[in-house]
Every structure is written in structure tokens, then in C-alpha cells.
Design a protein around this ligand. Structure first.
Ligand code: TYD
Length: 143
């Protein structure tokens, strides 16, 4: 399996529009291609701050701008794309082995992440050089 940024696509979520306020729901394994083991969120992000700056070996994620907006920069070691998130009824699916950085947070924005596994520091590449080496090894191995 070659994990490229082409696999990282926006997922439209169900939206129940209502004059009293809209409602969106997400069922693991149904609306997104994994069971949800963990939810975390970024908030109170100061202007100009950057988050992320790592890749995951196994973890699958869906990133949603619950409020406000921010950008996610995805890099698979060969190609890069910047995705602007600003809707609470759509999320960005991020497959394993993708280096990601988050920036351009608007004031008061909230970034919610649905994750396929519990937190595990051993699942991280936090060094970009080590990430590129691991990508190269996977390519050599035909994966
Ligand atoms: P990190 O994943 O680097 O944050 P981000 O990608 O959003 O910039 O995590 C920051 C810190 O929080 C790090 O010390 C690990 C810790 N952490 C947990 O303990 N549990 C979690 O589920 C997450 C996502 C992070």
C-alpha cells in the first residue's frame, strides 16, 4: 500500500438542517473508514501558531474544523497539498505515513480529530528526515 496525499480526501458528513440549529453526526466505520478509538481537539490556539509537524505509522484520522478555520498541509514525501478547513459538516481524512502541519488558525477556532487508535507515542515520526527514510524503505519494499 502506497500512502499518498491522494488518499487524503474531504469526507462530507450527514447534516440535518433545522431552523433551531443544524446537526451533524458521525458513525465510526460507516461515515468514516475506521472505528473511532479516540477524540481530541485543539482550541485556544494563539494567532500564528503551528501544530502537527509529525506523521503516524498506523493511525488514521479525520480532522474537522468544528468552529472557525485553519489549514492542514499534507506531505507524503513526494507531493504536498494545503487544505483549508472551515466547515463543521465535512472532515479531512488523513491516512498513515503522511507528514502534516496545521497553521493559519482563525481566532476562536476548534480543531477536532477523530482517531482510529489510542494515543501511542511509538506511532509517531516526529523527525522529518526519519519520516522520509521510512517512506523510502516502504517504497523499496514495494509497499
Ligand atoms: P501532538 O500530537 O504533538 O499535538 P499536535 O499534533 O496537535 O500538534 O501532541 C502534543 C502533546 O499532547 C504530546 O505531548 C502528546 C500529548 N497527547 C496525548 O497525551 N494524547 C493525545 O491523544 C494526543 C493527540 C497528544
Amino acid at each position: 500500500m502506497t500512502y499518498s496525499i491522494d488518499l487524503c480526501q474531504m469526507v462530507d458528513l450527514p447534516k440535518i438542517t433545522d431552523a433551531r440549529g443544524n446537526l451533524t453526526f458521525i458513525e465510526g466505520g460507516h461515515h468514516i473508514p475506521f472505528d473511532i478509538q479516540r477524540v481530541y481537539y485543539l482550541y485556544d490556539v494563539p494567532g500564528g501558531a503551528e501544530r502537527g509537524g509529525h506523521a503516524h505509522k498506523e493511525l488514521r484520522q479525520l480532522i474537522i474544523a468544528m468552529s472557525g478555520s485553519f489549514d492542514v498541509v499534507l506531505n507524503d514525501g513526494g507531493n504536498e497539498k494545503r487544505v483549508h478547513l472551515n466547515r463543521s459538516y465535512a472532515g479531512l481524512f488523513v491516512c498513515p505515513m503522511i507528514w502534516r502541519e496545521l497553521d493559519n488558525f482563525s481566532s476562536g477556532s476548534v480543531c477536532m480529530v477523530l482517531a482510529s487508535n489510542l494515543y501511542d507515542e511509538d506511532d509517531y515520526y516526529r523527525d522529518y528526515g526519519q519520516f522520509l527514510q521510512a517512506k523510502a524503505a516502504l517504497m523499496t519494499g514495494g509497499q
